[in-house]
Ligand binder design. Sequence first.
Ligand SMILES: NC(=O)c1ccc[n+]([C@@H]2O[C@H](COP(=O)([O-])OP(=O)(O)OC[C@H]3O[C@@H](n4cnc5c(N)ncnc54)[C@H](OP(=O)(O)O)[C@@H]3O)[C@@H](O)[C@H]2O)c1
Length: 257
Amino acid sequence: MRKGTALVTGASMGLGAILARLFAADGHNLILTARSEDKLAALAAELRTAHGVEVRVEPCDLADPAAPKQLADRLADTPIDFLVNNAGFGTQGRFVKLDRQKELDEIQVNVAALTDLTRLFLPGMVERGFGRVLNVASTAGFQPGPFMATYYATKAYVISFSEGIAEELRGTGVTVTAHCPGATRTEFAANAGIEKSRLFKLGPADATEVATHAYRAMHAGRVVAIHGLKNWLGAFSIRFSPRVVVRRLVAWINQEA
Ligand SMILES: NC(=O)c1ccc[n+]([C@@H]2O[C@H](COP(=O)([O-])OP(=O)(O)OC[C@H]3O[C@@H](n4cnc5c(N)ncnc54)[C@H](OP(=O)(O)O)[C@@H]3O)[C@@H](O)[C@H]2O)c1
């Protein structure tokens, strides 16, 4: 496997922290970013000790539109071979009542920062003839999501954007993967306030299993990778279902029993 440097966003916990561990175990150097500097520092120390790799901590708030460029400027001396756009969060409730600024921040983190970081680091990858971009999307991206409308829409963007540029990049040595987990056991559900939703009560997947699936799909250069047969069948069946049925069903699973 080609060794390189990976920039992982949302590396302070959940899928991002596990992805960082997978890169380190394979001997890649890392740049870790998220808001929680203390958690990033603890993970960096763990990875340096366990795997002898170089790990740099670059805390930033991706809800700030200026953050991606500032981060790229700080990393100007470091070629990035693997970009993992994993940072993201969800909000739950009737859109009309949700906090306006938080909805805008959600679009900034899940969509705009992901797009900007990809635009900032892609030229170097193309120039060097090698790169892997892993965009953590979601099965939420395959249909509209009443009671999590903004979140589902952000993930639809991530899938569409990733597929679009993946096709443009064919033959360059750079691949883009949209990874689509279903409900997964991390801090995500508690932060979004959806732990008691029917969806999460069905039993979320193990985070290490999901992150490992994403990591392998990225190395293999898969364009869209859906974790788990159940999620794959769900995403596939939506294509043949009336949209009104899909909307009603998703509204039902996104609420508490
Ligand atoms: N868990 C699920 O059920 C599930 C399912 C499908 C897709 N996903 C996607 O998987 C990705 C990772 O989520 P997770 O499940 O690992 O959730 P998580 O445990 O809540 O982790 C989210 C990560 O994003 C970071 N983040 C959030 N807001 C940020 C901001 N403003 N600036 C910078 N970093 C920020 C957090 O770090 P700080 O708080 O330290 O900033 C944290 O490291 C997300 O894109 C999520 O949408 C999750």
